[in-house]
Unconditional design. Structure first.
Lengths: 426, 367, 581
């Protein structure tokens, strides 16, 4: 009968399909998800690859079970493994034999490279990674001072239940303080191939126990600066020992230096990507050196105008528009009045201008790389790609003339409209 | 000669059918070659192609209007006589088959790279061909209705993708404005993007679409929609990813959809676009298979085209497995198929016009 | 001695001659048929075909069984005429109905009180007739018929019909077949001495269900009446809604052995005459023994019997049928069935209920969109979940994926088995729920669903996400108002599961394409199944987004009625303010 024959055909098809396996359908319990992967220079081999693998059973158990057990009940919510090998991707197969599952990079949120590797050049590592199908272009890329393995092992976020949340939050945070400039994998990959700007990568480090507050780049004029540290130096006691602050500066694909948290802020302001952050500025009218705390908001994107002289030299004018809000005056000076406000604004402008100029000086003289991205605005002067490529902007950057002007306008003063001095007996 | 029983559908469906068939190539490695040609001005490359395509539609509509009630197959035979006409029609049929095979191969490869890395390619090709066979068997009416049914999702999905990328666009990627030079961008780009199959396909389907009178407006609107989407997509591609690294990617559209990031929960949703791809691919393959079968049936004066579907489908499947690897397929596409598309789409109408004038001149001289 | 005999009987072997019991042997006719099949084997086959071959041939030819008493057909041909003699008629009737064994049929002999008195007998089936009415008839003929009758040939019947029988539908019949048909359906037949014609009086009155609330299609607003099993009641329910002289009811009969009456109702000046002719043609072209229900009739006349999607709408609400007749469609009512068929129909129409019509358009639009999503969810959700979990892990947000993975670690089955287990249990619960006696119904529903699901999760047989998923799928398929369409999605779900497991999202896309193209190809009595999106006909005002009532100016395009406009452009004339007032 026709119906019977059709049924037999369908059944045979189904049997054929299901008994030969389902061509690549992998159950979630056959796969191990790598949450963060780190690359170091190996001692015997080329690379030391470290992975942090999620343990879903512990995560689900910690969430669903009675509270209090957390990660101390024996099952850890992640595992950390490392091995030495030659190339980044085939190492995953080496891990497979230890974890007994297929490692998958589908949910890797952070790629961590050590300083050493970065100084030698990241290109040969990034190129194979970009071709891999499972890579997420949206993941973070980080450079650590010290070894990546130490960072991954010691990075224990205490407030998050899920280990990946930390990296997602890291990605969102520069919007609130700007102490480091986030770079996504895809972005950095573009930057190392681009002719108009160079890339930067946020710096992370593990704070050593008991180290002092030795900071880099102690600058003259104002110990009141908030972010004068780079990662690993902030003297916070307790909590997660991993810190992220500051950026690593690259030329082509090699790391050529670091900038501290404050300088990262200036970088963001120059690029127009700074949203808001709490600054502290030296109080101009106070008797003793004190600081005024401000919530600085970048009102409009920075305006960058470029001109190319006929002899090939480049002049860049940057206008920055800031709108701070006063959030704390330690000295008690009444800055909310009409006369005092402009003084404060002037002080802010000068300080930020100075900071930006110092940063640009540093990028021009010390790093010789255009990390702000002035080249992008320079492209507008050219009609076709040929002359732009011949112009070789990145080689000319150190000679360019950059002027920075900051316009500040204090908008709001918070809950207090007036500060009255403290009175009382002696 | 008995008329082949074709369905009928209105201009709205015809426009959508042709537009979707044209957009199909945007999901494949094809935009990458456009970015190579145009550099940062890749979005301008379809503009020249649009002009050429509109001209081609116009010429074809003139020819079709001169012979109302006939499709291009019969017109070619009439214009050139039985022997030469049949040869030219065979070229048309083989053109449809070539497009079908290459697209099957490229769509299957794209599917493997993007979604199903461990599935053997024959399975995916068989699936595509099964869909194409079903579609071609059920007739052009059913295909038109399905395209009408799915176009909100296809075109809407693409639009959503383009809009959602707005936070990640960088306007500076568009400069230098003319990329590799206006001559290269418009000239080479036009030649590359004008290589479409829809003109000859519409000419074969012209009776089902409502006759030659509507051909011009249907063709114009379909071309505008399709090329408009090309421009928008290429613009978004260039704006999000710098053209230098864009020219490395195998599947630019897939990469674009994998960059979507709307907060912690809405990322890496490119699997949804796999659905859009598959439907567009199935439609395209069904259309080319249908075109080949109908052209062959009209050529051989058969009363029905349905018996031809199965052997032609099998041939398409076999040919699709012939190229050795992905790079061979892509180079075959660029170097063989693109020039080949000019033959039936643009060359034949011009030849027919010439033959028509010669004949008219001959007959008027004879009076 | 007796005890010894009993003892011996107990320990000895008693053959049980009755072990096989009653066997239903083939009747003589069927044996004859099998013999005829042998001769039907084409000469090309070799001789000595095995019994298997014979059986195959027997099965291949779809032969409809001829009633085993085929002699009856010949007989009724001879006896189709009514005899003039009362005795002969009585004998014929007794033979036909197998009296006196067949106790349902009653022959009442009486004399009509005319002068001279005429002998006659009444024939009816006990239980099918309205006894009050019959008493009136007998009373009228026996007691009040005192007048002289012109005893001319043939005039007696006329006299009785015109003056003596007070029934409200009296017909004179001369064919015995018609009389029998009438009596079988509840009419009373009167045979008169000396007349070759008989009278049929309509006295139908059997126990029937009253008009109740709809069981399947409940709405909050709108009329709450439903069709019953009696044809006349149903036509009356429609008539009282559509008070027009243009409403025509054509009654056709279907069934060769048992006649079933089918009423076709439509508006004469609105419905497309081609459509009515086609409906008539299809119903009259059915040759079948017995049509039990409108569902059986539906399967006989539908365009695409092999496709899962229903192409004919069947409903139990008269208000719904009435609104569709006013759109220009044709309604088919089958006697004995509380469901009415309406043709032609589209898929979008099957997703409408009265909620949207009788309430505001905003509520209607919202409900429609919800229902559209439920429709998609009901067959796509398990397949998509499987393809996500097996092939496309990257689509989940990482925390969700880790939660799912964590829960799945404890489950011993692969995902596909889990899903199939849960689907199977849900289908079981559904089927069982239909048959549980009302008293225990809700309890077992709670037991089945809740405890089964909860216990399964705690026993780590399924993961909790899957329970939620299957429950949502089940709920979504209940949200589809039309039962046949919901049923078809239940079956499609399994296809999508199979496709999703083997080929991931590509498989889902294949399913969508093939599903869409098969559905787009369907026609329902000439109307495309997916109008108005399939072929782009004029956009109706009421497909998914429901426009306010005063915008519904045109009838749906695919019906092609005789008059396409149903409202003028300004249907709320009270809006116009008088100028100059």
């Amino acid at each position: 009968m026709r119906a019977v024959r059709v049924c037999v055909l369908i059944l045979t098809l189904m049997i054929i399909i299901t008994t030969t396996g389902c061509w690549g359908g992998r159950e979630t319990d056959e796969v191990a998800y790598v949450l963060a992967i780190g690359f170091d220079k190996g001692e015997q081999d080329e690379l030391l690859v470290t992975v942090r693998v999620a343990n879903p059973r512990a995560i689900a158990g910690a969430g669903a079970g009675a509270g209090g057990e957390g990660g101390g009940g024996g099952a850890q919510s992640t595992l950390v493994l490392s091995v030495e090998s030659n190339t980044p991707i085939p190492t995953l197969n080496l891990f497979d034999i230890s974890v007994d599952r297929q490692l998958s990079l589908l949910h890797t949120k952070a790629y961590v490279f050590s300083e050493e590797l970065a100084k030698e050049g990241l290109g040969r590592l990034l190129l194979p990674l970009n071709r891999y199908r499972e890579l997420r272009g949206n993941s973070l890329i980080l450079v650590t001072r010290g070894k990546a393995r130490d960072f991954i092992e010691n990075n224990k976020p205490l407030l998050e239940l899920s280990p990946t949340k930390q990296f997602e939050l890291i990605r969102e945070l520069p919007g609130t303080h700007g102490l480091y400039s986030i770079t996504l994998f895809q972005q950095f990959y573009n930057d190392i191939k681009s002719l108009s700007m160079e890339g930067t990568i946020p710096l992370v480090a593990i704070r050593e126990e008991g180290s002092g507050t030795a900071g880099m780049g102690a600058r003259g004029g104002g110990e009141q600066i908030l972010g004068k540290y780079t990662a690993g130096e902030v003297p916070i006691k307790g909590g997660n020992r991993a810190q992220i602050m500051g950026n690593a500066v690259f030329r082509r694909d090699r790391m050529v230096g670091e900038i501290s948290g404050e300088e990262a802020r200036y970088l963001l302001i120059l690029q127009g990507g700074f949203k808001r952050g709490k600054f502290s500025v030296a109080d101009p009218l106070a008797a003793e050196p004190m600081s005024v705390a401000l919530m600085v908001i970048q009102a409009r994107s920075s305006k960058i105008r470029t001109t190319i002289e006929p002899d090939g030299s480049v002049a860049v004018d940057v206008d920055i528009y800031l709108e701070p809000e006063i959030i704390g005056i330690m000295s008690g000076v009444n800055y909310e009045t009409e006369e005092n406000k402009p003084i404060l604004e002037e002080a802010i402008s000068r300080e930020i201008e100075q900071g930006c100029r110092n940063l640009i000086q540093r990028t021009q003289k010390e790093f010789r790389s255009d990390i702000v991205g002035f080249g992008k605005h320079l492209k507008h002067h050219f009609w076709t790609s040929q002359p732009w490529e011949e112009f070789q902007w990145l080689a000319r950057y150190p000679e360019a003339q950059v002027n920075v002007t900051v316009h500040t306008q204090i908008r709001r003063t918070g809950f207090l409209l007036k500060t009255t001095p403290i009175r009382g007996g002696e | 000669m008995k008329m082949i029983k074709e369905g009928a559908f209105g201009p709205a469906e015809a426009i959508i059918l042709l537009a979707i068939s044209n957009i199909a190539r945007l999901f494949l490695p094809y935009p990458r070659s456009l970015v190579e040609i145009g550099g940062s001005a890749a979005w301008m490359t379809p503009l020249g192609g649009l002009v050429i395509a509109l001209a081609g539609v116009y010429v074809m509509s003139v020819i079709l209007n001169k012979y109302p009630g006939k499709t291009i197959i019969e017109i070619t035979e009439e214009a050139f006589g039985p022997v030469v006409g049949t040869l030219l029609n065979l070229v048309t049929v083989s053109f449809f088959m070539a497009v079908g095979s290459l697209f099957t191969r490229e769509f299957s490869e794209a599917m493997i790279i993007a979604a199903l890395p461990e599935t053997p390619i024959s399975v995916i090709s068989v699936a595509f061909l099964a869909m194409g066979l079903t579609g071609a068997y059920l007739g052009i009416e059913a295909l038109a209705r399905v395209s009408r049914l799915s176009y909100p999702y296809v075109l809407g999905g693409i639009s959503v993708l383009l809009l959602v990328m707005i936070p990640q666009l960088d306007i500076h990627n568009l400069f230098p404005l003319f990329g590799n030079g206006p001559l290269v961008v418009f000239g080479q780009g036009a030649i590359s993007t004008a290589g479409i199959t829809e003109i000859i396909l519409a000419a074969v389907l012209v009776q089902a679409m409502g006759g030659a009178k509507q051909f011009r407006s249907i063709g114009f609107r379909a071309m505008l929609i399709a090329f408009g989407f090309s421009v928008a997509l290429l613009a978004t591609l260039t704006l999000s990813i710098h053209h230098y690294s864009l020219s490395e990617l195998t599947l630019p559209f897939y990469k674009l959809s994998s960059m979507i990031y709307l907060g912690r929960f809405f990322q890496r949703v490119e699997a949804v676009f796999v659905i859009i791809w598959s439907i567009v691919g199935a439609l395209k393959i069904a259309l080319t298979l249908y075109g080949a079968a109908v052209s062959l049936a009209r050529l051989l004066k058969l009363p029905d085209y349905r018996p031809l579907i199965w052997p032609l489908g099998l041939l398409i499947f076999t040919f699709s497995l012939l190229p050795t690897d992905m790079t061979a397929t892509i180079s075959l596409d660029l170097q063989f198929l693109r020039p080949f598309t000019f033959v039936p789409n643009y060359l034949f109408p011009v030849l027919i016009m010439i033959a028509y004038w010669l004949r008219r001149r001959g007959s008027s001289a004879g009076r | 001695m007796i005890n010894l005999k009993n003892l011996l009987k107990m320990i000895s072997y008693q053959e049980n001659l009755e072990r096989e019991g009653f066997i239903l042997k083939e009747t003589k006719d069927e044996q004859m048929k099998a013999g005829k099949d042998d001769q039907k084997i084409p000469p090309g086959k070799k001789e000595g075909s095995t019994g298997e071959d014979k059986k195959k041939h027997g099965r291949r030819s779809f032969r409809k069984p001829v009633p085993s008493s085929g002699a009856n057909e010949q007989k009724s041909g001879e006896f189709d005429l009514i005899s003039v003699f009362l005795e002969e008629n009585r004998k014929t009737i007794t033979q036909l109905y197998d009296l006196p064994k067949n106790k349902d049929v009653v022959i009442r002999n009486f004399t009509i009180g005319t002068a001279p008195p005429v002998r006659c007998f009444g024939l009816f089936i006990d239980g099918l007739t309205n006894t009050t009415l019959q008493d009136l008839l007998f009373q009228a003929m026996m007691a009040f018929a005192e007048q002289t009758s012109p005893l001319g040939r043939g005039k007696l019947v006329e006299l009785v019909k015109e003056s003596l029988l007070p029934g409200n539908q009296v017909v004179v019949k001369s064919s015995l077949r018609d009389i029998l048909d009438g009596v079988n359906y509840g009419d009373t037949a009167f045979f008169l001495e000396g007349c070759s014609k008989a009278l049929l009086v309509e006295t139908k009155g059997w126990e029937r269900r009253g008009v109740e609330r709809p069981q399947i299609e409940q709405t909050i607003s709108g009329p709450q009446e439903a069709f019953t099993e009696t044809l006349r009641t149903n036509t009356a329910l429609l008539r009282k809604l559509l008070k027009s002289e243009q409403l025509s009811t054509e009654i056709l009969t279907v069934g060769s052995r048992i006649k079933t009456y089918v009423a076709v109702m439509y508006l004469r000046d609105l419905a497309n005459p081609d459509l009515v002719a086609e409906v008539r043609r299809r119903i009259e072209g059915i040759k079948v023994d017995f049509v039990a229900d409108s569902g059986v009739l539906e399967q006989f006349i539908e365009d695409h019997p092999y496709n899962l999607n229903p192409t004919i709408l069947s409903t139990e609400r008269p208000d719904r049928v009435a609104s569709k007749i006013v759109e220009g469609k044709v309604a088919i009512l089958v006697d004995g069935s509380p469901l009415t068929l309406v043709v032609p129909t589209t898929m979008y129409e099957q997703l409408h209920t009265g909620e949207e019509t009788y309430r505001s358009w905003q509520a209607g639009t919202y409900i429609r969109y919800l229902r559209a999503m439920a429709f998609l969810v009901s067959f796509l959700l398990p397949g998509m979940y499987l393809s996500l979990v097996l092939f496309h892990h990257e689509m989940f947000p990482t925390e969700l994926l880790l939660a799912i993975a964590g829960n799945r670690e404890k489950v011993p089955f692969p995902s596909i088995i889990e899903v199939l287990l849960m689907e199977f249990s849900l289908e079981l619960i559904r089927e069982a729920g239909l048959r549980i006696p009302g008293v225990m119904g809700s309890t077992i529903g709670i037991v089945g669903a809740l405890i089964l699901g909860q216990a399964a999760v705690q026993a780590n047989i399924v993961s909790p996400i899957l329970v939620i998923l299957v429950a949502i799928t089940g709920l979504a398929s209940f949200a589809i108002p039309y039962y046949s369409l919901a049923f078809s999605t239940r079956i499609y779900r399994f296809f999508y599961i199979a496709l999703g497991v083997t080929l991931g999202f590509f498989g889902i896309a294949i399913g969508l394409f093939v599903h869409g193209i098969l559905a787009a190809n369907l026609k329902s009595f000439g109307a495309p199944y997916l109008a108005p999106t399939g072929p782009r006909t004029e956009a109706g005002a009421d497909v998914i987004t429901r426009l306010p009532v005063f915008f519904h100016e045109k009838r749906p395009d695919y019906v092609n009625p005789q008059d396409a406009t149903r409202q003028p452009r300004v249907s709320r004339q009270w809006i116009k303010k008088d100028k100059g007032d």
